[in-house]
Ligand binder design. Structure first.
Ligand code: AMP
Ligand code: MG
Length: 391
């Protein structure tokens, strides 16, 4: 059986970034940049005022100047400023020809069509110069950056209207199980509400994917194969849950094989999540995640999320930190365990019972603690590596 790290390496080894596409700025939030953003012109483009006040020629305090025009943001003055002149100016407005400083309005007094300047002004005072923010032709955002609010604003200021971003992966979630009914539907004998379709679709969206479909599939070979084939007509990544163990009603692996998905691994030395399956069909990735709700979430986080990030050209890295366990945890002799923990400073506290059907153990979890396989308990106070859960 592969270790967690080995299995993750297999997944990432099979994953290439999706091709870039042009995305209008208004739709580019959280996308990953595929090509640099270069400033089309100097920003600021023109000398402009940092203050509301008067543009003038620098000089001593106590002068009274004639107001010869106004320069507003978006409406520059056409006048030239001579030695005895001032032009009323707003923040961001172009500084008119002839002026070399701006005095703030609070240091002036208007009288009889003129303006009295109470303070000395020096050349360059309160002026913003071209290129102070960005220089024409320079790269202002490098490829690989995640586009956040600041990146959007910088791109707009740089004179750009669209960004080259990696395509978002399209995901289909198939929750297999005859026992499953959609949330809210009445439960017959032995039935349960499907939670995996929701949690996996939500996790995929948070990882930047577009979820094309998420729903339940009954446990027949025919239904499973039909659903898998339909999914592969649209999905970059297929997430199946359930049906990957060795039970008589586990049809996911044969269905994937029949649809041309080649197995890369089945089973990881992991708890929860041992039966995890992964395969590829050309550039498409398919994950057979275990049906137990905690196992499905944990194995998504360990294996599918890094793949979704890598498909978008993002760093799939899952940084680890060392924390101290506040409580003893049981160890499995042959498999590494992902214990859901809350974090407080340097301490990690298990969120409660850790069985793979206890989904409430994911509530309040900040991280997965990686408890290495071994004999007996890992005592309280032991250091463990943790991987933080994404937002
Ligand atoms: P399986 O991996 O199909 O053997 O399922 C293992 C356990 O997970 C069983 O108790 C299932 O009822 C449960 N399970 C499977 N799929 C889901 C789902 N989508 N939502 C909630 N529980 C599920
Ligand atoms: Mg099942």
């Amino acid at each position: 059986m592969l270790s967690i790290d080995e299995a993750r390496d297999v997944v990432l080894g099979a994953t290439r970034p999706l091709p870039p596409e042009s995305v209008p700025l208004a739709e580019a939030l959280d996308r990953i940049l595929a090509a640099p953003v270069t400033a089309v012109y100097d920003v600021p483009r023109f000398v402009n005022s940092a203050m509301d006040g008067f543009a003038l020629r620098a000089g001593p305090a106590g002068r009274t100047l004639q107001i010869v025009g106004e320069s507003r943001a978006g409406a520059p003055a056409s006048t030239t400023v001579g030695p005895g002149d001032a032009v009323r100016i707003s923040t961001g407005a172009a500084v008119p020809e002839g002026a070399d400083a701006v005095v703030m309005v609070e240091r002036t007094r208007e009288q009889d069509g003129g303006v009295h300047v109470e303070v000395e002004t020096t050349a360059g005072q309160n002026l913003r110069h071209p290129g102070e923010d960005m220089r024409e032709g320079t790269v202002v955002i490098a490829p690989g950056a995640r586009i956040g609010p600041a990146e959007l604003g910088v791109a707009a200021n740089a004179g750009v209207a669209t960004l080259r971003c990696f395509r978002r992966p399209r995901v289909v979630v198939l929750a297999t199980g005859d026992e499953l009914v959609p949330p809210g539907a009445p439960l017959g004998p032995g039935q349960i509400h499907d939670s995996n379709a929701l949690t996996l679709a939500a996790l995929a969206r948070r990882a930047g994917a577009e979820v094309a479909h998420a729903g339940e599939v009954p446990d027949t070979p025919e239904a499973t194969e039909a659903a898998v084939r339909a999914a592969l007509t649209m999905a970059d990544v297929l997430l199946c849950s359930g049906g990957v163990s060795v039970g008589a009603h586990d049809h996911v692996k044969p269905a994937l094989a029949a649809a041309g998905v080649e197995e890369r691994f089945w089973r990881v030395a992991l708890r929860p999540g041992k039966p995890t399956w992964f395969g590829v069909r050309r550039q498409q990735l398919a994950f057979g995640l275990p049906g137990n709700p905690v196992s499905a979430m944990v194995t998504f986080l360990l294996f599918a999320r890094p793949a979704l990030l890598a498909l978008q050209g993002a760093d799939p890295g899952t940084p680890r930190e060392r924390k101290r366990l506040t409580r003893a945890v049981g160890r499995h002799a042959g498999r590494d365990e992902c214990v859901r923990v809350s974090l407080d400073g340097a301490e990690a506290t298990p969120t409660g019972p850790q069985d793979s059907h206890v989904l409430t153990s994911m509530l309040g979890a900040d991280a997965l603690a990686l408890v290495p396989r071994g004999e007996g308990e890992l005592p309280a106070g032991s250091e463990v590596e943790v991987e933080r859960l994404p937002r």
